[in-house]
Design a protein around this ligand. Sequence first.
Ligand code: A2P
Length: 269
Amino acid sequence: INEYYTLSNGVKLPKIGFGTWQIKDGDEAYESVMMALKNGYRHIDTAEGYQNEASVGKAIRDSGIPRHEIFVTSKLESHIKSYEGAIEAFNKTMQALEFDYLDLFLIHAPWPWSEIGKECHEGNVAAYKAMEKLYKEGKIRAIGISNFSPVDIDNIINHCEIVPHVNQIAYYIGLDQKATIDHCNKHNIFVEAYSPLGTGRLLNHPTINEIADKYDVSAAQICIRYCLQKGTAPLPKSTHEGRIIMNTQVDFEISSEDMLILDSVKKDF
Ligand code: A2P
């Protein structure tokens, strides 16, 4: 939990982050983030779209941990595809979090959630250029994208100045993301893995449980360790302290033979 990856611009990213998608604003988000920080997490992932930035920011500020010791990510709402809109949304995020800088800001998706798959190449470039400006002003330490395919990534690389530092994608055992991960590696774009437990749906999988028994760990720990051994940063979410702690206890090594078995798992959801 105290180990880091280094992004292409030299910024250090704690290997395991705490995901806050689907954690309700108010006490639930406040207390979960507080528990995560108390138990050693120093990387918290939120988004305007999760509608919990205010509670997440308050927990971080109230934790007593110096702000610079915590890596905080937020995201630009998926329907905002203009330069001015992105600047305005960033300012709104900063007001909600009550921070004076952000560690990582991502375009949440290449298309609005209401129109998944729609091509928004010009809009993504416009929004990203606003993020480049904020980055150059020192208001954000790293910038990137989320849910971007190789084509969406190339659009940014071909029309913008700064190669994204991060692409945050859904990644878990049984979800094939090879094409996107290879493309990111080629361009030195770091891959973060959201829903590393398959939103919890992988935890009953028989093969994963067999391997978990072999290493005397839980299925969740196998899922998280798998993402780490693939060189990605997993962002597990939980609102329960025991699980929040368990998800950081992944100091073991899955053998290459067992990694291959996990590579061949087919998700059944
Ligand atoms: P809860 O928040 O009630 O603990 P993902 O990170 O892939 O999105 O998965 C999150 C889901 O997995 C949530 O439903 C969460 O439930 C559950 N979860 C997280 N960690 C564990 C764990 N160690 N054991 C069992 N379930 C877990």
